[in-house]
Design a binder for this molecule. Structure first.
Ligand SMILES: CC(C)(COP(=O)(O)OP(=O)(O)OC[C@H]1O[C@@H](n2cnc3c(N)ncnc32)[C@H](O)[C@@H]1OP(=O)(O)O)[C@@H](O)C(=O)NCCC(=O)NCCS
Length: 187
């Protein structure tokens, strides 16, 4: 990282009312906990891995790609902790090893999934589905109207998952698709 870059801010203090237990996740050996400054290296790497393919196409030297990713990661992180300061910034763990992140803003009337991402080896095992079910349960518990999220139109896998669990497209914003699940929906 650029040595003159300002240090990254940690996450806002965890909310006192954050629910950390979900039976189906626990049954899969998955634990969820609040993120800390110690998690920055992990989430920077996760972010970099998610953008690796796109950057591969640039043909840039590795050092340039790394610097670009680090600056983009810093911007994203700053944006999240500034604009969604009241969100739950959760880390997903298996056997004490961090395998993903789940950032959920419990806003009214609609919750917002700020980010959900798992490391490649843990995808496709039902964890994302279970995390979203957990968010739905929390939305129902507090009488929220539903949950919003945004997904890149090129992210066919994630779009398929969201459609399967009852999210419907509500708008297009550039390459992003806004999707919404309503508490009153069946799925
Ligand atoms: C999207 C994501 C969080 C879903 O969690 P998951 O635990 O992999 O999903 P589940 O196992 O519960 O459900 C499987 C579904 O997830 C979707 N999926 C998306 N990307 C996937 C991947 N790389 N591997 C496997 N499944 C993926 C598919 O729809 C899959 O269903 P399918 O069998 O019909 O293809 C996870 O795959 C991930 O981290 N992907 C990369 C980051 C990302 O795209 N985040 C979403 C931003 S909006």
């Amino acid at each position: 990282m650029d040595p003159v870059s300002p240090p990254l801010a940690s996450f806002p203090p965890a909310r006192a009312d954050t629910v950390l237990h979900h039976a189906r996740l626990a049954a899969q050996g998955i634990r969820v906990r609040a993120g800390t400054i110690e998690d920055m290296a992990f989430i920077r790497q996760l972010y970099g891995d998610l953008r690796a393919e796109e950057l591969h196409q640039t043909g840039w030297p590795d050092a340039v790609k790394r610097a670009f990713l680090d600056s983009q990661f810093a911007l994203q992180h700053r944006h999240f902790v500034t604009y969604y300061a009241d969100a739950d910034f959760l880390m997903v763990e298996h056997d004490g090893v961090t395998i993903g992140r789940f950032y959920l803003l419990r806003a009214a009337p609609y919750f917002l999934v700020v980010d959900i991402a798992l490391v490649p080896g843990w995808r496709g095992r039902g964890i994302g589905h279970a995390l979203m079910d957990w968010a739905k349960e929390q939305a129902r518990a507090v009488g929220a109207a539903g949950i919003d999220l945004h997904v890149d139109e090129r992210n066919a896998g994630a779009r398929r998952l969201y459609a399967r669990i009852g999210f419907v497209e509500t708008a297009r914003e550039g390459v992003y698709i806004a999707m919404r699940w309503q508490t009153a929906a069946q799925a």
